[in-house]
Design a protein around this ligand. Sequence first.
Ligand code: GDP
Length: 296
Amino acid sequence: MASTLTDRLSQLVKTMRGQARITESNVQDMLREVRVALLEADVALPVVRDFIARVKERALGQEVVGSLNPGQVLVSVVHKELAATMGEGVADLNLAAQPPAVILMAGLQGAGKTTTTAKLTKHLIDKRKKKVLTVSADVYRPAAIEQLKTVTAQAGGEWFASSPEQKPREIALAALDHAKRHYFDVLIVDTAGRLAIDEALMAEIRDLHATLNPIETLFVVDAMQGQDAVNTARAFKEALPLSGIILTKLDGDSRGGAALSVRQITGAPIKFAGVSEKIDGLEVFDAERHAGRVLG
Ligand code: GDP
């Protein structure tokens, strides 16, 4: 296994011990290590380039003060920039809408939308004491509608029936009407995904967005997707005003570099992370902790 960035940087820190100031060659050495580490963590190349450029700019202007040596100063520049890129603090779900607050789930097939819909349902019931309705607008896969029914029941929420004979917009309007009449606080709309980006899918989800006017439009993305996450993220960002990201399958063995890529491409905050297949496997995303994981 490759040594982690932390290991490599501490080697550099050692070589810079006793130096009074940061030289340009120190910065170049450090940037080389950061670049390798980010690529190993599967951060997409254009995102790595931007990141390196920002770190370089900051590092070259750094003064070495107090008891730190130049190596330590550089390491802290990297950590700070990573945390800033990943987003700082914690971004909770926004439900500040005339009820029902609508949450639209977007993402490729297999990203984890249906599972995450159930996880969010449970989160909203347990943590925020909300009355939650789910509905599936996936008219292409009857099994997906059934899957949502099962997992919503596990989450303790209510499920609104839909069928492949309906149009997604028709389903959305019927569910919205039901949610209003039965005083639901939140309506979560699960949508169809394709295995790859597809114009018809994007047009359909744009139409659902216009119909539902959701307070949250969440992009669900598989952390294991690595480099490809960038293209997916770009396509969804162009189609929809994303309000947040949910990164799934962080329990896998990826270093989670997709977080950095997706965050930078969309500019939307990562709100939650999926950490198991189980219904309670959802965590509020902690940017700082994740930065540590990406660096290794
Ligand atoms: P959808 O097609 O986007 O609705 O994806 P699904 O919700 O059906 O999920 C696809 C697969 O990923 C299923 O086998 C889920 O159990 C699995 N999955 C979803 N989220 C996670 C997660 O956070 N961790 C793990 N290990 N598996 C997940």
